[in-house]
Design a protein around this ligand. Structure first.
Ligand code: UD1
Length: 416
């Protein structure tokens, strides 16, 4: 199993190019199943989750051809409608195939995802609203069996703006005659990107990015080429690394509006950050402590909570971070403590007392974003940190070690 060895503290300098967003491409890849014509996707990131989704699509009968930076997917002959437990257990986002399979084939059999490191993560919002659309849903032997009984255009007020449920329902409704309306929809930029992709294929989705999304049924889709938005979570991670090390770094390939809340929060803490339409420029800054609560978009993203906590660990004074989206998303706390951080947990709030310096230690990755927090902390910590279970990072950060090395971090990947 790969490990990262990081020698800190490092100053960072230069420019880092952000990859296309994993959380945009995962639902877009699932939405390919809606089409019966080829789809060409540009710059799919080289990530474990993306490879898992490609394997899942192949199992369903999609032909995949990779040339340079374009991946062509031909979904004209779907031969299967089942997402097995073996795949779903490695990646919860496999549940995204439920909506499009139902819309295209009228049937889907998808393993229940089960819990994960950050919480129980039910899919009740996906299922209860598919039922409202007229799908028959049976749970049997750990699988969701969904059958279309003429999906109907209905109003779907979500009890919580779930990102995945909004995406699944949007895809399920693409061919439904009439206009399906999702209310209290999630507003994340990746949802708007999925809508743009569906519309580029000839679908009709309006309002994505607001809490009311309207999907008007179309009869067929067309061949398309598409490129997803930049990864705002990856970008935020590099911004945190720059601020923690009081470095000057330019993060390019990202629309800063997608990180508006994070950037505004950091500026209110004293961060010296400039933006243009495609980049974020971080300069050395003296920061004040933070008081943050994660919220659905456009609030502070839960996917940046761990990295933000790492930053707070080295800001003099007392910071407070409340996690309001997932019930168990503090797995990084004991590991950050091993690096010398002072953090006390009370319920879903972490109280952080800034220390002057973190110190190197062996630490272990537990989930994707927790791992990112450990990496940025290790860059700041004095000495040689060994980060194990790097496969968590490889799910979501493309060429992390190379990108960090490009910024001047002394980092090495080993599998000893
Ligand atoms: C997506 C992101 C993930 C991010 C999360 C919140 C992808 C592939 N993943 O995950 O990185 O952390 O949004 O921004 O895009 N919930 C229910 N019932 C449901 C669905 C969700 O109770 O049917 C709860 C979840 O347990 C969780 C909260 O709602 O507590 C948010 O989940 P959701 O927005 O659905 O996140 P995901 O789509 O799983």
């Amino acid at each position: 199993m790969d490990k990262l060895i990081i020698e800190g503290p490092s100053k960072l300098s230069g420019t880092v190019k952000i990859s296309r967003a994993k959380n945009a491409y995962l639902p877009i890849l699932a939405a390919v199943l809606l089409n019966d014509k080829p789809v060409h996707l540009k710059n799919l990131p080289e990530l474990r989750d993306i490879r898992t989704m490609l394997t899942l699509l192949q199992n369903l009968g999609v032909r995949i051809d990779q040339r340079d930076n374009v991946t062509t997917l031909d979904p004209s002959n779907l031969s299967n409608h089942m997402a097995t437990y073996e795949l779903v257990k490695t990646m919860r986002a496999s549940i995204f195939v439920l909506g499009p399979l139902l819309a295209r084939l009228g049937k889907a059999r998808v393993s229940l995802p089960g819990g994960c490191a950050i919480g129980t993560r039910p899919i009740d919002i996906h299922l209860e609203n598919l039922k409202k659309m007229g799908a028959e849903i049976i749970i049997e032997a750990g699988y969701v069996e969904a059958t279309k009984r003429n999906l109907q255009a209905v109003h779907l007020p979500l009890k919580f703006p779930s990102v995945g449920a909004t995406e699944n329902l949007m895809m399920a409704a693409v061919f439904t005659p009439g206009t399906t309306v999702i209310e209290n929809a999630a507003r994340e930029p990746e949802i708007e990107d999925l809508a743009n992709f569906i519309n580029a294929m000839g679908g009709k989705v309006e309002g994505a990015g607001t809490s009311k999304i309207q999907i008007t049924g179309v009869n067929e889709l067309r061949e398309v080429e598409y490129e997803a938005i930049g990864d705002r979570i990856e970008a935020a991670t590099y911004v945190m690394a720059a601020l923690m090390t009081k470095s000057e770094v330019k993060v390019v390939g990202i629309n800063p509006i997608h990180l508006e809340f994070v950037i505004d929060t950091l500026r209110s803490m004293g961060a010296n950050i400039d933006t243009d339409e495609n980049s974020i420029h971080v300069k050395p800054s003296e920061l004040k402590p933070a008081k943050i609560e994660t919220q659905p978009y456009p609030g502070f993203p839960t996917d940046v909570q761990a990295q933000m906590m790492a930053l707070c660990c080295v800001i003099p004074g007392n910071s407070m971070i409340t996690e309001a989206i997932f019930e168990n998303r503090f797995m990084h706390v004991p590991e950050l403590t091993r690096l010398g951080a002072k953090i006390e947990l009370k319920g879903n709030t972490a109280f952080i007392e800034g220390v002057e310096e973190l110190s190197a230690a062996p630490v272990m990755c537990t989930d994707l974003r927790a791992s990112a927090a450990l990496v940025v902390a290790a860059i700041t910590a004095k000495g040689r940190s060994e980060i194990s279970r790097v496969y968590h990072i490889d799910r979501g950060y493309e060429r992390l070690d190379q990108k960090l090395a490009g910024l001047g971090v002394r980092v090495q990947r080993t599998n000893e």
